[in-house]
Ligand binder design. Structure first.
Ligand SMILES: Nc1ncnc2c1ncn2[C@@H]1O[C@H](COP(=O)(O)OP(=O)(O)OP(=O)(O)O)[C@@H](O)[C@H]1O
Ligand SMILES: [Mg+2]
Length: 235
């Protein structure tokens, strides 16, 4: 589903060139959950932004769902962002003046789903928040807000979920609920989930762990010691 080939991203700064990513090869299949693990500044967000077509690489090629993002018109990239990828952020990024249901509906509308209303209700129910549909984000706990953000991502129906430290603001127990939801998306719904974290424990839930350091892939394989269910994670 996702295929990066020799991808680099350099930034020109006052002090010279910074290589946020260098020569990255990566593949993620449909139904696979891959954790991108690494310390602050290693290039994790840069990688997600490239796969999400929010940024373009300075070298290499990126193919997602059969489309070469590096050889695609602006109009086609806009369609790609609407219909193929969706983001979940550390800081939820809900619209404060929209209710939980309206936030979720936004996701369905962006993807131009004809069944937007029904799909939004169904997804909000799936994350266990049907009874909070009319609440505004300010009336929800952090974990509930992140569940709404995940529901908004799922409501797009898009096959690729890009999650940037989605549990970073949450306590351990609530964080695990969020990870359960993401794991289901890969295992049950057949989506590709790219989950960014600096937490080695979270990487244990992955089908594959890609370790980044200084913008380069240091390792790519199943978690050391084997994959464990989210329920068994402790941090
Ligand atoms: N717009 C930019 N201009 C210049 N340098 C940048 C820019 N964006 C990112 N960088 C640099 O690229 C490197 C990778 O940044 P990135 O945000 O991808 O790291 P990260 O792994 O997501 O870190 P964190 O865990 O702190 O979020 C960093 O050294 C950063 O300073
Ligand atoms: Mg980051």
């Amino acid at each position: 589903m996702i295929e990066l080939d020799g991808v680099g991203r350099e930034y020109e700064t006052g002090g010279g060139t910074v290589a946020a990513l260098a020569d990255v090869d990566l593949q993620v299949d449909a139904g696979e959950l891959v954790v991108v693990l690494g310390p602050s500044g290693c290039g994790k967000t840069t990688l997600l932004n490239l796969v999400g077509a929010l940024d373009v690489p300075t070298s290499g090629t990126i193919r997602v769902a059969g489309k070469d993002l590096t050889a695609t018109s602006r109009a086609a990239l806009a369609a790609y962002r609407r219909s193929t990828v969706t983001f979940v952020f550390q800081t939820f990024n809900l619209f404060p003046s929209l209710t939980a249901l309206e936030n979720v509906r936004f996701g369905a509308d962006v993807a131009r789903r004809p069944d937007a209303a029904a799909a939004s209700r169904e997804v909000l129910e799936r994350v266990g928040l049907a009874d909070r549909a009319g609440h505004f984000p300010g009336m929800l706990s952090g974990g509930e807000q992140q569940r709404v953000a995940i529901a908004r991502a799922l409501a797009t129906g898009n096959p690729v979920i890009l999650a940037d430290e989605p549990t970073g603001e949450l306590d351990f127990h609530t964080g695990r609920q969020i990870l359960e939801l993401l794991a289901e998306q890969a295992a049950d719904a057949g989506r590709s989930v790219l989950l960014v974290s600096h937490n080695r424990e979270i990487a244990r839930m992955a089908d594959r762990v890609v370790e980044l350091s200084g913008g380069r892939v240091l390792g790519d394989g199943p978690p050391a010691g084997g994959r464990v269910p989210v329920a068994d994670l402790r941090w």
